[in-house]
Design a protein around this ligand. Structure first.
Ligand code: SF4
Length: 358
């Protein structure tokens, strides 16, 4: 299937958008922090980054959601820095700690092409928002050199309307977090009281742009929105409110990945609410919220075994971080939602009609 950005590459749209994004970077208002850092002048904003793309790791990832990882892996590129400051971030060494290597846009394009050469199913940009101009420039260069994989925008969901407007038509799959329902929780754990309002607007826009998840003949994601929701201890993520919003303001058809992998790490270890793992009862209750709101497309996970990550052992950084309950289909008696194969088949992207099945 031809990726969305191919047309924008051909008509010069990617180049123009990269220039427009660059204008948003100094003073910087690329993300909702709008901290006005003069990044072109060498300043670093709240996300801690300058103008050179900084990458921690790029590699095929076997542990993303099934239509992303498929059989050959998702081509993940983990960017350093982040506009959010989550106290429990498992990626702290590079999201907030500065680890990573600064490269040029041409190098980034070569990274994309390298992942394609390794057989990855897509290019999966993890927390890329603060490098939007550089990503668009690299995408333009890579498309000119033969990149034709779907582009996955793997985001905290804290995106500005201006950034999303520049991504319209560039992104094939949005893989976006909904972290909180309440401003108080967002302020306490991510220093971003405006997260719920910003995030809801962003999710609605992503749905408008990408719509429901569609897969190709092999079951690989070709287009659409996948919402990730990490269950937090003590109901801190506001799962009920998040599910209600999705069902009422987005669509019951939206695909939801309900994540069980919360680990109390970093500053969160000492927190009175989130300084412990999620209990099985809490996770079951969260899964029940999906069901009671009619959200039937997506996945739930098994909680890590006692003594595993959720019992306090740090999860291996960038290791197998996602285990899906395949091949469960639909809602099981235990309240478990598996990948909804029936819907997937219905929405399969046709292999004919001028579009090549990958
Ligand atoms: S992307 Fe970084 S520098 Fe730009 S507004 Fe957000 S936090 Fe500030």
């Amino acid at each position: 299937m031809t990726p969305s950005y191919a047309r924008l590459h051909r008509d010069g749209g990617l180049r123009r958008r990269a220039a427009a994004a660059l204008a948003l970077q100094s003073p910087c208002r690329l993300c909702p922090r709008a901290c006005a850092a003069d990044r072109a002048g060498g300043a670093r904003g709240r996300c801690g980054t300058g103008t050179a793309p900084k990458v921690f790791r790029a590699a095929p990832h076997p542990g993303e959601e099934p239509p992303l990882s498929g059989t050959a892996g998702s081509g993940t590129v983990f960017f350093s820095g982040c506009g959010l400051r989550c106290s429990y971030c498992q990626n702290h060494p590079f999201s907030q700690g500065g680890a990573g290597v600064e490269i040029g846009c041409g190098d980034l394009a070569a990274v994309f092409l390298g992942l394609q050469a390794r057989g990855c199913h897509n290019i999966n940009l993890v927390t890329p928002s603060h490098f939007l101009p550089q990503v668009l420039a690299a995408l333009d260069e890579a498309a000119g050199a033969g990149l034709d994989l779907p582009l996955v925008w793997n985001t905290s969901g804290y995106e500005s309307p201006a950034a999303l407007a520049l991504l319209d038509g560039c992104v094939d799959v949005y893989l976006a977090d909904m972290r909180y329902d309440s401003p108080a929780a967002a302020a306490a754990y991510s220093d971003a009281a405006d997260y719920p309002a910003v995030n809801r607007e962003a999710i609605a826009e992503m749905w408008r742009q990408a719509g429901p998840l569609a897969v190709d003949a092999r079951g690989i994601a070709a287009r659409g929105l996948i919402v990730r929701h990490l269950v937090l201890p003590g109901g801190a993520a506001g799962t009920a409110g998040v599910c209600r919003f999705l069902a009422r303001r987005v669509s019951r058809e939206v695909t939801v990945s309900l994540m069980a992998q919360y680990v109390p790490c970093g500053r969160a270890r000492d927190d009175p609410v989130i300084g412990r793992p999620v209990t099985p009862a809490e996770y079951r209750e969260a899964a029940g919220r999906l069901a009671e709101n009619g959200l039937r497309n997506g996945w739930v996970q098994d909680l890590p075994a006692p003594g595993g990550a959720a019992a306090g052992r740090a999860a291996p950084l960038l290791g197998e971080r996602f285990e899906c309950n395949l091949p469960a289909v639909g809602l099981s008696p235990a309240g478990r939602i598996g990948y909804n194969h029936a819907v997937t088949v219905d929405r399969r992207v046709p292999a004919g009609g001028g579009e090549e099945a990958r």
